[in-house]
Design a protein. Structure first.
Length: 193
């Protein structure tokens, strides 16, 4: 699911877009397996002969579905609907399926781009990207895959945006003024006076 082109400015292009690192799905995946196997195990051990067995069967289904909805499906939908979009003029963060949440930061406001990688992050190649702004609070992006490369790319995009804006506004560094050469008297051929 790519970022809609209709939400971009006229001269804006998407440089790259990513979603959170897949490691965000490790715990929900383990919980999915535990709930499925645990529920199947408990349901096969119970008997529906009496009222206790019938109530226990329903309780297992309700608890299992609740755990799946809250701890498996919700994190998966968050991961699936979260986008980190980097364009040639801004950084766009969007998340949420029904209720959307987002934040944009123009590249012209970027002061510093830093990253932090934990030991586990070094093993799985992810980290936290912090983008400091000139006027707003820092933009902190968690679970960024290949965070060191992304940091370098954001710095490159920032420099490219600076050059583009300098060229568009005519504020290039001043050059030496062009002074016309001094006027030379016309040279007459020898023998003519």
């Amino acid at each position: 699911m790519g970022y809609p082109q209709k939400l971009l400015s006229d001269d804006e292009t998407i440089e790259f877009e990513i979603r959170p690192h897949w490691r965000a799905m490790i715990v929900p995946g383990i919980l999915l397996l535990a709930v499925v196997f645990g529920s199947v195990f408990l349901l096969t051990k119970l008997s529906d002969d009496n009222a206790f067995g019938w109530a226990a069967t329903w309780a297992i289904w309700v608890v299992g579905l609740f755990v799946l909805a809250v701890f498996v499906i919700r994190p998966f939908l968050y991961w699936l609907t979260t986008q980190y979009v980097f364009t040639n003029t801004r950084i766009i963060i969007r998340s949420g399926l029904v209720a959307r949440k987002g934040r944009d930061m123009p590249l012209s406001k970027v002061n510093n781009v830093s990253f932090e990688v934990s030991v586990f992050g070094r093993i799985l190649n992810y980290g936290t990207l912090t983008i400091d702004s000139a006027s707003d609070a820092a933009l902190i992006v968690d679970d960024v895959p290949n965070v060191e490369h992304i940091q370098r790319e954001v710095n490159r995009l920032h420099e490219d945006d600076d050059e583009r804006r300098r060229g568009a506004t005519g504020t290039r560094p001043p050059t030496q003024p062009q002074v016309p050469p001094p006027a030379q008297p016309p040279v007459q051929p020898p023998g003519q006076a």
